[in-house]
Design a protein around this ligand. Structure first.
Ligand code: MCA
Ligand code: AMP
Length: 478
C-alpha cells in the first residue's frame, strides 16, 4: 500500500482538497506537481525543504516521498549556523524552495554540493514512480538534545504509516473529516500528522498559515490540531472558540495541556479535547480516544502496536498505581531507526533490550492511563510546543565576545508552557536585547531567549555544574 494512500485516487477529490494559507490544490493536481519534483530529485541522497507554511513546501515534501528520497525539512527561520549543520549532517544535495522565493544564500552556497531547487505548484508531470520500500527512510527530522547541535532522527516510511493508521483508529479519523491546523511544517505534529495524515486518510486539509484563533474559527473543520499554546490562546477568545462547536474532535499535543485550558476549552466549544503524547523519535505513542474517556491532565493509553513501560532509577519496574513515577520507555512500529551519524546518541537512547528511553517522567494508573509528569532533564525545554536544548542556546550565547558564561532555563510561562530565560555573566558591555538578537541570528527564532538576566556569577556546585534548579527557583522569585 502506498504511504500517501489518498493521493492516488479512490477517496474522492475537490479543487480545494488541500488548502495552505489561502491557496488550494486538488489531490490530483498535488500528485502532478509533486511528481514533477520527484522527476527532478529521483536518486538524490536527500532533499532538504525550506519548510515555510506554503503549498510549495507540501509539493516538495510529497515529491521527495514519491521519489523515495529522504526529506529533510529545514526550519525557515533557522540561522546560518543551524542551517549549515542540518544541510551538512543530512548530506542533502538539493534545497527545495518556492519559485521566486529568496533562499538564504549561506544555506546553499556555504555548504558544498547543495543546489537550489525551485518548486512550482503549477507544474504537472504524469511520470509514475514505483512506491519505495516501506523500510526506506521517509524523513530525517532534526531535533534538539540537551546539549550540542540538533540531531537528525531517521524516520522510516513504515513508522509513519503505522502511526497514522494507529491515530486514525484512535481518533476515528476518516476521509469524511476536514483537518484544520496552522502548525509549522518542519515537525512531526504539523507535517507528518498534519499533512501526511490528510493524504493517507483522505481528509481535506485546511492549513491556516499561522495557528491563530481567528484562522481556526474561520476554517470550518471537523478535526483540529494544536499545541497547548494554541489552545490556550483560543480559550482566551470565547467568540473564536465558540465557532469550533460544530467540530468533531479537538486534539492537543507536543507539550502538556494545562488542566484549566482543558476545562475552558470544553466549556467554550462543547468538546473535551483529546490529548496525545509523542516525540520526534517515536512519533505519537499514547493518546486518549475518540470513543473513550478524555481525562484532563492525562494522555491516555498506548496507541495500536505501541508498548510502554515505566522504569525506576535503578532500572527496576515501577508499579502502575497512579502515583509512582518512572522514566517512560516505548517500543513498537512507530519508533525511529536511530540518529544520523550519532552512534553515541543512539547508545544513550536505546536500552539493551531495544526500548527507547523517552527522557520523560510519567505515572501510569491501574487502568493504564498515562500521565506525563515532566522531563528527566531540566535542559530540554518545551516552549510553545518547540523542543529546545538549553545547551545549544548556551553555546550560541557563549559565542558572543561579551559573554563570559551563560546558563539557560525554561521558566514556567502561562502562554508558552516554558519560556527560555538566559542567565548571563557579561564581560564588557552588552545588553539583553543584543544577546537575544545574537541568538536569533544563529539559531531558529523560537530558540532565542525571551528574557536575559545579567548576573555577576552563576550558582555552581562543588564540581562546577550550574545549579539550574536553584536558578529556576530564584527566577520564580524575581
Ligand atoms: C518570538 N518572538 C520574539 C521572541 N520569540 N520576539 C522577541 N523576543 C523573543 N524571544 C516574536 C516572533 O517571531 C513573533 O514575531 C512574535 O514574537 C510572536 O511570537 P510568539 O509568542 O512565539 O508567538 P507565535 O510566533 O505566534 O508562536 C506561538 C506558536 C508557536 C504559534 C504556538 O510557538 C508554534 O508554532 N509552535 C508549534 C511548535 C510545534 O509545532 N511543535 C511540534 C513539535 P512575528 O509575529 O513578527 O513573526 S513535534 C512534537 O512535539 C511531537 C512529535 C508531538 O508530540 O507533537
Ligand atoms: P519533540 O521532540 O519536539 O517531538 O518533543 C517531544 C517532547 O514533547 C516529549 O519528550 C515530551 O516531553 C513533550 N510532549 C509531547 N506531547 C506531550 C504531552 N501531551 N504532554 C506532555 N509532554 C508532551
Amino acid at each position: 500500500m502506498a504511504l500517501l494512500t489518498a493521493l492516488h485516487g479512490g477517496y474522492g477529490d475537490a479543487a480545494d482538497a488541500l488548502r495552505v494559507d489561502g491557496r488550494a490544490l486538488s489531490r490530483e493536481a498535488l500528485l502532478g506537481a509533486a511528481t514533477a519534483v520527484a522527476d527532478r530529485v529521483a536518486g538524490a541522497p536527500a532533499l532538504a525543504v525550506l519548510a515555510r507554511p506554503t503549498l510549495e513546501t507540501v509539493v516538495a515534501v510529497v515529491g521527495g516521498l514519491l521519489a523515495g528520497v529522504p526529506v529533510v525539512p529545514l526550519p525557515p527561520d533557522s540561522g546560518p549556523k543551524e542551517r549549515a549543520h542540518i544541510l551538512r549532517d543530512s548530506g542533502a544535495a538539493l534545497l527545495a524552495h518556492a519559485v521566486g522565493e529568496s533562499v538564504p544564500q549561506d544555506g546553499v552556497d556555504g555548504v558544498d554540493g547543495v543546489a537550489a531547487l525551485p518548486v512550482d505548484p503549477a507544474e504537472r508531470s504524469a511520470t509514475s514512480h514505483a512506491e519505495p520500500s516501506t523500510d526506506a527512510t521517509g524523513f530525517v527530522l532534526y531535533t534538539s538534545g540537551t546539549t550540542g547541535a540538533p540531531k537528525g532522527a531517521v524516520i522510516r516510511r513504515a513508522a509513519i504509516a503505522a502511526d497514522l493508521d494507529a491515530l486514525a483508529a484512535a481518533w476515528r479519523w476518516t476521509a469524511e473529516d476536514t483537518l484544520v491546523h496552522g502548525l509549522p511544517l518542519f515537525h512531526v505534529h504539523g507535517l507528518l500528522l498534519g499533512v501526511l495524515g490528510a493524504l493517507r486518510t483522505g481528509s481535506r486539509l485546511v492549513h491556516t498559515g499561522r495557528p491563530t484563533p481567528a484562522g481556526y474559527a474561520a476554517a470550518g473543520g471537523s478535526l483540529y490540531f494544536g499545541v497547548p499554546t494554541v489552545w490556550s490562546r483560543l480559550a482566551a477568545d470565547p467568540e473564536a472558540a465558540a465557532r469550533l462547536a460544530p467540530a468533531r474532535l479537538l486534539v492537543s499535543g507536543s507539550a502538556p495541556l494545562p488542566v484549566p485550558v482543558f476545562e475552558k476549552l470544553t466549556a467554550l466549544t462543547g468538546h473535551a479535547p483529546i490529548e496525545r503524547y509523542g516525540m520526534t523519535e517515536s512519533l505519537i505513542t499514547v493518546s486518549t480516544r475518540a470513543d473513550g474517556e478524555r481525562r484532563p491532565g492525562s494522555v491516555g493509553l498506548p496507541v495500536e502496536g505501541v508498548r510502554t513501560r515505566l522504569v525506576g532509577e535503578g532500572g527496576e519496574p515501577v508499579p502502575y498505581d497512579g502515583e509512582s513515577v518512572g522514566e517512560l520507555q516505548v517500543s513498537g512500529p512507530t519508533l525511529f531507526s536511530g540518529y544520523l551519524n550519532r552512534p553515541d546518541a543512539d547508545a544513550e537512547a536505546w536500552t539493551a533490550d531495544g526500548w527507547f528511553r523517552t527522557g520523560d517522567v510519567a505515572v501510569i494508573g491501574e487502568d493504564g492511563f498515562h500521565r506525563i509528569v515532566g522531563r528527566a532533564s531540566v535542559d530540554l525545554i518545551k516552549s510553545g510546543g518547540y523542543r529546545i536544548g538549553a545547551g545549544e542556546v548556551e553555546a550560541a550565547l557563549r559565542d558572543h565576545p561579551a559573554v563570559a558564561d551563560a546558563a539557560v532555563i525554561g521558566a514556567p510561562d502561562e502562554d508558552l508552557g516554558q519560556a527560555i530565560v538566559a542567565y548571563v555573566v557579561p564581560e564588557g558591555s552588552v545588553t539583553g536585547d543584543q544577546l537575544t538578537a545574537f541568538v536569533a541570528e544563529r539559531l531558529s527564532v523560537h530558540k532565542r531567549p525571551r528574557r536575559v538576566v545579567l548576573v555577576p556569577e552563576l550558582p555552581r556546585n562543588a564540581l562546577g555544574k550550574v545549579l539550574k534548579k536553584q536558578l529556576l527557583s530564584e527566577d520564580a522569585g524575581r
